[in-house]
Design a protein around this ligand. Structure first.
Ligand code: GRG
Ligand code: ZN
Length: 365
């Protein structure tokens, strides 16, 4: 069978360009570099800010106070009377941007519990009401009032409420029953709705939901681990589902899933590190989906989160045959661990932020 894959060039980058990435991300945060505007386009603005801020935090870089204030003001102007938050001012509210806004505010350590609506950036009670209004009788969630159902929206709702400490506002048992209806027995992975094709991005959403709810015992972790490990291609990169090309963002969707189920060591770490490093642009900074393509903050975040998981999560890969990687070519994981912060595999935020808030996630061993 012909395998769809790419070949890494011998001269691909092998070291991590921390300073260049920080510069690249800061340009985005300041929104000054017009050449990259396509990703800061309005319909993705809130997501774009979350990707950028999270990547900067993981690179241990501080965010200037005036940028922080500007972003907080933007979130204020994206609030809607129904409690939902939009991607940009005057756009419709949606759970995807509501989660991003909450993640940004939590990362900024903004006090969300202030009872004075004048002081608080968002009205937490209203936002909780918005999320409650999205849940259907079968436990599933719509993304907004237009009614599309997808497990991405289940995850965004559950993660938002967990960060707001208001998980009791929804019917969590029913939400998880719906997630389990999207579980495909045949490969152990999940699709977007019942009987839909398995995809690693949606698998992350379902595992994240199960982890927050403490319901991971309902899956066959070995079967799922096998399917996830099969996402690694000879180039070292990961794809999202069978017969697709590798893409750097799956270094998050696949790896975080493996980390949640305690099977991160089922992939070849050094080969994936080589693929991730090869997706950097050594001139502009930033990461792209595949080596040589245009960089963007989405793939930059997931390149960095991939490196964070590979360097902070314990796993012994000493049994793996590394013949294909010259000993000299091996990437120094200890060094990476010192410069990249630990990411939380469920919330995709600094792990210490989640721990400090007292939020616990379930993980399998
Ligand atoms: C907090 C990190 C974080 C996420 C929030 C939005 C979201 C929750 C998760 C998105 C999960 C995801 C990537 C789903 C993918 C859905 C899908 C079926 C994509 C298929 O897209 P293609 O066909 O990609 O362009 P492939 O790689 O399969 O060819
Ligand atoms: Zn991608």
């Amino acid at each position: 069978m012909l395998l769809r894959d790419i070949e890494l060039k011998d001269d691909s980058p092998k070291e991590f360009f921390l300073d260049k990435h920080v510069k690249f991300l800061n340009n985005y945060a300041k929104n000054k570099d017009n050449s990259y505007e396509q990703i800061m386009v309005e319909y993705l603005k809130m997501n774009g800010i979350y990707w950028t801020i999270t990547a900067l935090k993981l690179a241990d870089s501080s965010i200037e106070n005036d940028i922080r204030q500007e972003i907080i003001e933007l979130i204020r102007s994206c609030k809607h009377p129904n409690g939902g938050i939009s991607a940009a001012p005057r756009h419709d509210p949606h759970i995807l941007y509501t989660l991003s806004a909450i993640q940004i505010l939590v990362s900024f350590d903004v006090n969300l519990e202030s009872s004075n609506p004048e002081e608080s950036v968002i009205d937490v009670n209203k936002t909780v009401e918005f999320i409650m209004s999205l849940q259907n009788d079968d436990g599933s969630f719509n993304g907004d009032h237009w009614g599309e159902v997808d497990v991405r929206f289940t995850f965004c709702s559950i993660a938002s409420l967990a960060l707001l400490k208001r998980l009791d506002a929804i019917d969590l048992d029913r939400a998880i029953d719906f997630v389990m209806k999207c579980y495909n027995q045949i490969d152990g992975a999940f699709g977007c709705r019942p009987n839909s094709e398995s995809h690693s991005g949606l698998t992350y959403c379902c595992l994240g939901s199960l982890s927050i709810a403490g319901q991971l015992h309902r899956i066959d972790a070995d079967r799922l681990g096998w399917w996830l490990a099969e996402r690694q291609l000879p180039s070292g990169g990961l794809n999202g589902r069978p017969e697709k090309l590798p893409d750097l963002c799956y270094s998050w969707w696949v790896l975080s899933s493996l980390a949640i189920i305690g099977r991160l060591h089922w992939i070849n770490k050094q080969k994936l590190l080589c693929f991730i490093m090869a997706c950097q642009d050594n001139e502009t900074g930033g990461f792209s989906d595949r080596p040589g393509n245009m960089v963007d903050p989405f793939h930059t975040l997931f390149g960095i989160t991939g490196l964070s998981l590979l360097s902070h999560e314990y796993f012994d890969d000493s049994t793996i045959d590394h013949k294909q990687n010259d000993q000299d070519d091996r990437i120094d994981i200890e060094k990476l661990r010192k410069i990249i912060q630990k990411v939380n595999p469920v919330f995709c935020m600094l792990d210490q932020t989640i721990t400090k808030m007292g939020i616990r996630i379930q993980r399998l061993s």
